[in-house]
Design a protein around this ligand. Structure first.
Ligand code: NDP
Ligand code: MG
Length: 385
């Protein structure tokens, strides 16, 4: 039996891993929509290869180029934010939400409103919308399958368990490429150094988040919404080998962990096949070759991001959306060479503490307004950096 899939952010790192799995099981999948932001060349190539029904480019300025690239293929070309949401609303078995940033929120909500199963990689969308998204999932009978490797690990460890029997959840963190750097060295970290992740091959934004530990901060908030055990029961431990992807401790003292290679095709496969299992090209895990698994507490002096995220999650309301927006602006500024690495956390902290928080958003439109306002404030702050 074939299953249908739409992939939002098809030209990115998670998009490529998803399409690799679809390619290996070509006869089993029908591709409905593929989307990108501005990468017409890859989007049109992928749409042709996978015989997609529609290809959507978010940036409307590229519409003519996409139309030309798809001429004669029979594939529909579309552009703009509205087209992106329409593509996400198509009736399919699963939507892979792999756009980076809060830009993916509207399309994710559009898929949820159709009651669709959403494989969620786009953590910024859940961090920003929080209860607005989880309420929509419940209201429309949709389902979120966590793609993020830690949350996917927790999801797997919870199979057959009961949430009320969970004592703690532990998110593992690789610590990123700058894990051992001193504060002075961190000040001088370049984008190339911050992106050079030792274990994972990912898009630029999440790579910087991984180096700053904002990725783990966002994941803490993500876990808080996906697994309602209470924020104080969600822990973070640095585990540089990235072999254990996260753990669940039950009240009888048993801790279940999910182990695997640092390859996103593993958690993606678990979502695509859920509740079954599918074949992936992964080599068996060779623990003897890995030799050692080590763990230590995060250093929130050098990497304040997890503290800031915990505080934002505790404050609730608009705070996580503001934290996310400020971080997105700061990361873009760092990648553009406009601010030093350590300014990312400083900027986020200033936005959260020096400006008044908007009232808690209750609708998608209100979340988007909070996001937009925080971006404007963060951008204005950049000018004084
Ligand atoms: P990439 O930067 O590699 O890809 C992002 C994708 O989103 C591309 O298809 C890009 O299109 C598209 N996109 C970017 N901006 C916009 C926009 N404004 N509107 C519409 N589409 C847009 O990111 P990743 O694949 O690394 O990450 C995607 C998401 O998954 C992120 O939220 C990340 O945190 C999460 N994630 C990623 C992991 C990884 O291993 N990479 C692991 C766990 C989570 P274009 O190519 O045209 O720019
Ligand atoms: Mg992760």
């Amino acid at each position: 039996m074939t299953r249908s899939i739409s992939i939002l952010g098809a030209t990115g790192s998670v998009g490529a891993s998803t399409l690799d799995l679809v390619r290996r099981n070509r006869g089993e999948w029908q591709v409905a929509a593929l989307t990108a932001h501005s990468n017409v060349a890859d989007l049109s190539r992928l749409a042709r290869e996978f015989e997609a029904e529609v290809a959507v480019i978010a940036d409307e300025r590229h519409y003519d180029a996409l139309k030309d690239a798809l001429a004669g293929s029979g594939i529909e070309a579309a552009a703009g934010r509205k087209a992106l949401c329409e593509a996400a609303s198509r009736k399919v078995d699963i939507v892979m939400a792999a756009i980076v940033g809060c830009a993916g929120l509207g399309p994710v909500m559009a898929a949820i409103e159709q009651g669709t199963t959403v494989a969620l990689a786009n953590k910024e969308a859940l961090v920003s919308a929080g209860e607005v998204m989880t309420a929509a999932v419940a209201k429309h009978g949709a389902r979120l399958l966590p793609v993020d490797s830690e949350h996917n690990a927790i999801f797997q460890c919870l199979q057959g368990g009961r949430m009320e029997e969970v004592r703690t959840i532990t998110l593992t963190a690789s610590g990123g490429p700058l894990r051992t750097w001193t504060k002075e060295q961190l000040d001088k970290a370049t984008p190339a150094q911050a992106i050079a992740h030792p274990n994972w091959d990912m898009g630029a934004k999440i790579s910087v988040d991984s180096a700053s530990m904002f990725n783990k901060g966002l994941e803490l908030i993500e876990a808080h919404h996906l697994f309602p055990v209470g924020l104080d029961r969600i822990r973070i431990v640095v585990h540089p080998q990235s072999v254990i992807h996260s753990m669940v401790e039950y009240r009888d003292g048993s801790t279940l962990a999910q182990l695997g290679p640092s390859d996103m095709r593993v958690p993606i496969a678990s979502c695509l096949a859920y509740p079954a299992r599918m074949e992936t090209p992964m080599d068996p895990l060779d623990l003897a070759a890995i030799g050692e698994l080590t763990f230590h507490a995060p250093d929130e002096e050098r990497f304040p991001a997890t503290r800031l995220a915990r505080e934002a999650a505790q404050a609730g309301g608009a705070a996580p959306a503001v934290l996310n927006a400020a971080n997105e602006v700061a990361v873009a500024a760092f990648l553009g060479g406009n601010i030093p690495f350590s300014r990312i956390a400083l900027m986020v902290e200033r936005i959260l503490t020096e400006t008044e928080l908007p009232s808690p958003p209750r609708t998608l439109e209100e979340v988007l307004r909070v996001d937009e306002d925080a971006r404007m404030r963060a951008s204005a702050m950049l000018e004084h950096c």
